[in-house]
Ligand binder design. Sequence first.
Ligand SMILES: C[S@@+](CC[C@H](N)C(=O)[O-])C[C@H]1O[C@@H](n2cnc3c(N)ncnc32)[C@H](O)[C@@H]1O
Length: 324
Amino acid sequence: MIPKTSNSSFIYTFNYDYHHEELCKMECRQMFGAKMTNKLLFSDRKLDPSISPFIKLRLDIIASASNYTTFLSRIKEQHIELHDFKVEYLILDGDDTPKYDRREKQKDIGYCIEGRPDFENPIITYALCHYDNIWHFGSVKKENVAWHKHRQKPHSFSNSIGTIIAKTLVTMASKGVPGSKLLDACCGVGTVMLEACISGIHIDGCDINVRAYQQALKNLQYYTYTAHLYHADIKDLEQQYDAAIIDLPYNLYSITKEDIASHIITATATLSDRLIIVSIADIESVIVAAGLQVIDYCTVVKRGKSFFTRKIWVCENKFIQDNE
Ligand SMILES: C[S@@+](CC[C@H](N)C(=O)[O-])C[C@H]1O[C@@H](n2cnc3c(N)ncnc32)[C@H](O)[C@@H]1O
């Protein structure tokens, strides 16, 4: 599918390491209901780029045209009057405009704006880009990488999930809806919870293991995040959630036992109609037996360790699916 290039309000650009490509594409499907192509997406959905580990920026389109002269006239028609702005050139896939021409075009745009530029400390950054024979101009909202600080969380253990996967689990569970109420059913040291907290998404955590529970508490306190933690078997929780995340227990030498997986998934499915499930074992039959329908799926190979593959399922309650 070719991304929609006209009449969309926003352009999102993405970046990822090769081993996260499938994960990034699945996140995009779940968040925008659309397919990312050539590391970019045209959409009418306005989301903060910082919600995703893969979105680099959002361009809020102000003017577009296929003819460059018309393009400049359309920008002038906006009568933008302000100081301390900067104009960048976004090089999108397939754009081979030479460096000198790109610089000239940045200047052209600068002259369409009434005001004094500030290249060092701009109050607002604008950008132009050329994709599929259309010029676009707009304001830029860049990612905030504050979440990288979670890589230095005080407590971690060998089974902790990476921050990139943790962040995208939150995005896929919440579909980017800020007021979402999430559950991390097997929270371990709270890696997933930290990513929800920094995005202002409500999340409760649960772990049966006292050591994991205590370390999750300390990790949350370290970053002064407020979230409720249960030291309990997931079967004992009663609240309802918009979505739940399950990073199933395992160790590297014995795969998740099916009865444990079944116990956790069945119990969590009573608390939410939308589940994001992570496992290194193929437990799809367990998911289906729990009355869930798999609506999306991908695998993530750990870099340098091809034998260690995480499987990620997006599931919904079959009853909900059947009634839609
Ligand atoms: C793979 S670890 C989760 C790791 C976590 N995502 C992190 O990054 O720290 C799975 C966790 O599930 C917990 N667990 C196992 N059975 C459980 C149950 N019935 N209810 C709640 N937690 C359970 C384990 O104690 C373990 O901490």
